[in-house]
Design a protein around this ligand. Sequence first.
Ligand code: 5GP
Length: 189
Amino acid sequence: MKLLKEKVMTEGIVLSDQVLKVDSFLNHQMDPVLMREVGAEFARLYAGEKITKVLTIESSGIAPAIMTALELDVPMIFARKHKSLTLRDDILVEKVYSFTKRETNEITVSKKFLNKDDRVLIIDDFLANGEAAFGLARVVEQAGASVVGIGIVIEKSFQPGARLLEEAGYRVDSLVRIASLENGTVTFV
Ligand code: 5GP
């Protein structure tokens, strides 16, 4: 996606060889025009797939996910993050290790919002090791629903997430793919 690539080039801050900061348009301040384009692109990629729900994880996935859901005319659900939780039987729970926070959170989705007939498109802001996407996929599968695909705004292709998800049989669509963040520079695939 040209507009997204330009944003990453002009506003992305390389924090290390592993981490890109994009807090001016995605992770803190959000660019609604860009998010609308992102939503339109995911909707185009999944047109005809009979998606019934878009699922993401709070908080940075919410903007791209809601714009995608708006385009596809389906509800959007965001999994909530908790550090610890008393188990309740009306929620789906999975453990997810956070790449940026370096801690394990439990993510939860209310059972009433996912059922076995749902065809779910998972959306997230970044893909690194795939922990968040695998956790969301497990939530969908716990509900007996189907993961149709995983839409990622920024994939760091030098980390193993995309490969692991594809090896597990998931369709992955990333709008930009970064080959390297070495020497403080963003290099696209
Ligand atoms: P994964 O679960 O694939 O290892 O990492 C993806 C999650 O970690 C995303 O939900 C995102 O919030 C966060 N993340 C991973 N890498 C980066 C990065 O380089 N920059 C930012 N801002 N977030 C990242």
